[in-house]
Design a protein around this ligand. Structure first.
Ligand code: AMP
Length: 306
């Protein structure tokens, strides 16, 4: 059963510095990157808050792609702001500043169309807010959750409660280790699975992604790119491609989750080619599908040894 996809997460104004340039008032946020990616696949409904300083006209391209932005409320105060830096190892973001601003007083109120969404993505945001969304949705078919070190350190109890209520956890390698308090990735994933979810996806930046479920492991590479400018949002566009594909096909079998992970990897590979949303804004579904096929060529080999 295919259907609409609900996302709650951050909508941000980022200041990002990479070895290849910097941008101070960049559009960002986990939910915004997710929506930009997922809306190429399925109808997406976004729930988040922005402040008076947010340039709403800059997200018009999402509405043009069919995303429902009616849940993006404007509150008094400043928009969530994140400042980060990447060194030559683009896999690791160094957070310099996090200002929650309007997210501090935010409590999402879901409209009936939001509550009825069968697919839900709890993008990286305060786990208390993730849980408030879970309290309001009506029996969704599939719920996935992302998080980061900021919340693992600051809101661990609430995060563990949220994780126990979802079907899948999506997080990056360092965060999986930190969350599970376990250096071995396989054991870390198993520990997270033991808390309730049926699947764990570990994002490994330029090394690809791994999927763990009961008795099932899948590894997808990242697309080999010669030029990577800005990794910000790679994790969220990965999740957007993956969840968008699952919502559009309505198939949650392990084989389809594998395809969804490759779509996620394809989507993330486009996002990092330029700063902020520049590449995603002009990206088409056909380009993503073509790169998806290239992944097959990239990983194909003869199983015969002799
Ligand atoms: P990623 O996909 O992990 O690169 O996510 C990047 C986005 O996460 C940036 O655009 C930030 O605005 C957003 N972000 C950074 N820190 C937080 C946080 N503590 N909570 C929610 N969103 C965040």
């Amino acid at each position: 059963m295919s259907g609409d996809l609900l996302v709650v997460g951050s909508v941000a104004i980022d200041a990002v510095e990479t070895p290849f340039g910097r941008e101070d008032e960049a559009l960002g946020g986990s939910a915004l990157y997710f929506t930009a990616a997922a809306s190429l696949f399925a109808p997406v409904r976004l729930v988040a808050v922005v402040g008076e300083d947010f340039p709403t006209e800059r997200v018009a391209f999402l509405a043009e792609r069919g995303a429902d932005l009616s849940g993006l409320v404007r509150a008094e105060g400043r928009t969530f702001r994140w400042k980060g830096r990447y060194g030559f190892d683009l896999n690791e973001a160094h957070t310099l500043e996090t200002h929650l601003n309007v997210f501090e007083g935010f409590s999402p109120e879901l409209a009936p169309a939001h509550r009825a969404c069968p697919y839900v993505f709890l993008a990286n945001i305060d786990p208390d807010l993730q849980q408030r969304v879970l309290d309001q949705v009506e029996d969704p078919r599939f719920v996935a959750l992302d998080t980061m070190n900021f919340w693992i350190e600051g809101k661990r109890r609430s995060l563990l409660d949220a994780i126990a209520r979802v079907d899948m956890v999506v997080l990056n390698e360092a965060e999986a280790r930190m969350l599970a308090e376990e250096p071995n990735l396989v054991r870390a994933a198993q520990k997270i699975l033991s808390w309730g979810p049926n699947g764990v996806v570990v994002k490994r930046g330029e090394y690809g992604a791994m999927y763990f479920a009961d008795g099932h492991v899948f590894a997808a590479p990242a697309f080999p790119l010669e030029e990577v400018f800005d990794p910000t949002g790679a994790g969220d566009t990965f999740a957007g491609g993956m969840m968008g594909y699952l919502a559009s096909t309505g198939n949650l079998e392990p084989d389809n989750i594998r395809r969804a992970i490759v779509f996620g990897s394809a989507m993330a590979s486009f996002n990092v080619e330029d700063f902020s949303f520049r590449r995603l804004e002009r990206l088409t579904y056909d380009e993503v599908a073509s790169r998806y096929r290239q992944f097959k060529t990239l990983t194909e080999f003869e199983a015969e040894v002799g």
